[in-house]
Design a protein around this ligand. Sequence first.
Ligand code: PLP
Length: 217
Amino acid sequence: MEQKEFLGFKKSLDDKKVTLVAVSKTKPAAEIRRFYDYGQRDFGENYVQELTGKHAQLPEDIRWHFIGHLQRNKVKDIAGFVHLIHGIDSERLLKEVNKQAIQHNRTINVLLQIHIADEATKFGFDENEVQDLISRLDLFPNVNVCGLMGMATLTGDEAKIKGEFERLHELFLLCKRKDTAHNWDTLSMGMSSDYQLALAEGSTMVRIGTLIFGARS
Ligand SMILES: *Cc1c(COP(=O)(O)O)cnc(C)c1O
């Protein structure tokens, strides 16, 4: 996107109080810098090494979102600076994030990833697992659970996508009611192809790559 188009897009989301995470994976630092200069501060990456490299080169006030599948042995590499980890998909990973947060003397914001799609390859908790986990979050005092993240099935069937986002929104509201110890304010759902459906179903945060940066090679 060029500047004018980007600012219009960003404003349409700001008006709905939706946070735009610009997914910059595979894109060079110079491209990120261009959108930074347009005022964008939230960027998403899905590989730890790529994220740490870009973090070192780019301004300190960028809020870095880790949106990929996070391996436990890599948590330490991002624990000092990451703004929000979207893909917490196991209790063991949550435990490691809590441990590294303590080591870095900070609290780390996280989202619990929910498996809503048909695809067997997508990571995350199911509806029962997540409710069980949120009853035990006091075991992890240095993580701040802000909400849920999910990815819909890759399909052209809009009714199906809509149904998945709707279920995720309902689960979010249920968790928010149950876990009064945390400030549940973030529902991360929607990518380039399905963000409009996600917004209609209550998303508060969209993760957009291709639409902003163009296709990834
Ligand atoms: C790559 C990615 C996105 C962005 O995808 P686009 O289709 O390029 O908008 C969003 N969320 C996750 C988890 C991703 O890995």
